[in-house]
Design a protein around this ligand. Structure first.
Ligand code: FVH
Length: 289
């Protein structure tokens, strides 16, 4: 069994600590605001008032705070004990933030693993929980047995920014899905149809459309958007225009779909109407190049 410190006892930190305790690990807790650890202390955890002491007392320190401003300030406060320690930072942030933190901690002699949690707190320890890691491979390999208790542990590489990059990309897909759901539900809702009733149609439709993604992915990877096109961009631009016209007629806001139509029109107008809509990706990738 491992000595683990959990720094941060928000909704997620509490779920992580509870899972480690359930697995029989020795858990030391720290949180900026005292008083959130009661039920975890009752299960055998030890709460202490110094982040540095928590890190110093453990084989591995798991940090899960609101953002990198918080995690960097906590790590700065513990700088004197970081040499030779292992830190796993599961705080949500950007690739650049993860890389900067990795560079700073490595300069202090700390083994640093960054992570992205693809789960809500109640999912921790369950079959659908996934946690992405990148950074120190040795740290991942040393602690993967412990970390797997939280959820499937996937290591993405030595570059500490990769976990965050994949985390944010996966969340982008999720928000796109939610945006489609919200728009569609508002549209039928304009005639009094409830979201739950409509979901009986929308759910299977969205699942069926997931089947289109491998074909789009291949076109995106090859950059050849004109191959095997069954539903071309020109047709889909006209269809999306219909959707937005109907949306306005029904008194519903078009905000969620306006950017998509702008991109369709731009790509279509540039002479790619006979290609697949995957070509829209060419308008948004490598924006800086
Ligand atoms: N909850 C979720 O559904 C998602 C699932 C995916 C991963 N996220 C990320 O996990 C990080 C923590 O999220 P959380 O849900 O635990 O967040 P809160 O319940 O709001 O708790 C925030 C903790 O951060 C502490 N904190 C905030 N600012 C500071 C600071 N300047 N210095 C030290 N600690 C700070 C806060 O402490 P306190 O307010 O209790 O004193 C909480 O412990 C997050 O990155 C999600 O994106 C969760």
């Amino acid at each position: 069994m491992a000595n683990i410190s959990v720094l941060g006892l928000g909704a997620m930190g509490q779920a992580l600590a509870a899972r480690f305790l359930q697995q029989g690990h020795s858990v030391t807790l720290w949180n900026r605001t005292a008083g959130k650890a009661g039920f975890l202390v009752a299960k055998g955890a030890r709460e202490i008032s110094s982040a540095a002491d928590a890190i110093a007392s453990s084989d591995v320190a798991v940090i899960c705070l609101l953002d990198y401003t918080a995690s960097n300030s906590v790590l700065d406060s513990a700088a004197s004990v970081l040499a030779g320690r292992a830190v796993v930072n599961l705080t949500n942030g950007t690739p650049a933030q993860a890389r900067a933190t990795a560079e700073r901690l490595e300069s202090l002699g700390t083994a640093y693993l960054d992570g992205g949690i693809m789960a809500t707190p109640p999912m921790i320890g369950g079959e659908h929980a996934l946690i992405l890691y990148s950074g120190s491979k040795a740290t991942f390999e040393a602690h993967v047995g412990t970390l797997e208790a939280l959820g499937a542990a996937t290591y993405l590489g030595a570059d500490a920014g990769l976990a965050s990059l994949h985390d944010l990309a996966l969340l982008s897909g999720m928000y796109g899905l939610f945006a489609g759901f919200f728009h569609a539900t508002a549209l039928v809702g304009s005639e009094g149809i409830g979201a739950s009733a409509f979901l009986k149609l929308l759910g299977p439709w969205m699942t069926a459309m997931m089947g289109e993604l491998p074909g789009y992915a291949e076109k995106i990877d090859t950059g050849r958007h004109g191959v095997n096109v069954a539903s071309n961009l020109a047709m889909q631009t006209a269809a999306l225009e219909n959707i937005l016209t109907a949306t306005r007629e029904q008194g519903v806001a078009t905000d969620l779909l306006d950017p998509m139509l702008d991109l369709f029109r731009k790509r279509d107008g540039a002479g790619h109407g006979n290609e697949d809509i995957s070509g829209v990706l060419e308008l948004i990738r490598s924006r800086n190049s």
